[in-house]
Design a protein around this ligand. Sequence first.
Ligand code: PA5
Length: 445
Amino acid sequence: MITLNIEKTLGFISKENVQAYENRVKDAMDALENGTGKGNDFLGWLHLPSSITAEHIAELKAAAQTLRENCDVVVVAGIGGSYLGARAVIEALSNSFAWLQEKKDSPVILYAGHNIGEDYLYELTEYLKGKKFGVINISKSGTTTETALAFRLLKKQCEDQRGKDVARKVIVAITDAKKGAARITADKEGYKSFIIPDNVGGRFSVLTPVGLLPIAVAGFDIEKLISGAVSMEKACGKDVPFAENPAAIYAATRNELYKNGKKIEILVNFNPKLHYVSEWWKQLYGESEGKEHKGIFPASVDFTTDLHSMGQWIQEGERTIYETVISVAHANYSLQVPSDGENLDGLNFLAGKHVDEVNKMAELGTQLAHVDGGVPNMRIVIPALNEESIGALLYFFEKACGISGYLLGVNPFNQPGVEAYKKNMFALLDKPGYEEESKAIRARL
Ligand code: PA5
């Protein structure tokens, strides 16, 4: 399902040094399995793929069907781990121009609650005017300001436009079982709701209803997505030998690169549909490892697009970076470069070649150029953009992240730093309960 190749890191770090992580990786994997490591109350993602039941899938599909039958547009309201996984999968699998098509097979999926842009929200609410829309309100805490604010607007608009009864049918909540404003609202209004398990953190929640419901609403096969993840759960299992375990090798290699001064990992794709997989990955690794003043900085680029903007820096800038390329082995469609009698553009040397063949040569050429320029390169190959591959890729990254965080010595499952801006924002906005902070922060202005 996924292959990982680290050969092009080996001029920069040695195979022996990567191999030397074997025992530490084993300890990290044992700590995950036995729940003896840091953050052990957030390990619900570890065997999540293989524990999803047929009943749960049926319930998700039924809720998705209700939204599909009653909505032309569904707005997914959430931020961070409460929207990036769904968006990553939906954008990786969607036709890039589906939203422009007049007759749609599936509701258009839009996103809100991931920013506080007045213009963004104004334009969204304008677009939704007169439309048959529904909302999936996703928040584990149920109190996140960005999401709650967007949901307040969307709930009112949905009720005003569609009436309370229909709104009740086309608003779904995904939140905590008991606490938080989203739970209180869902219970009071009688929305269909799904629970985010206590032991699954936001950035590890793509295979809970947080990701699965929006993905099913968008028309994708969540069973295949889960089965891809299950296969990776096996392939990255604790009894798979170190050298054959892609999550183990990825975690070890990136820690060895970090030890050798490579402080920034750039996740590279050569397929624009993977843009949001990179956004999801950045949250996963950034929030998991950026602690105690350490951690690899996760960055991302879309090639070849960004070769024309970031390519110079990567080729010749400070040598603190390495690249991890996600390569898609096969395109889903076939498109060949036509021959042209006049050849005014000089492109006849490409005539008859598939566009993907050109892309693959760009990929190979870039890899060689960047390695020559001092940038170690790892390569992850997935067979194609489909549910199984993406499910496998997501689980691979999750498992590797848990191992990698333990190798780094941090708790990969908390995110204490995320609270700092919230405290200041609430103080500045005079939120009840923040009177002291409000005085203190105003004295600093
Ligand atoms: O990974 C995390 O836990 C966070 O990034 C959350 O996903 C994000 O802050 C959204 O939180 P919530 O789902 O509580 O609204």
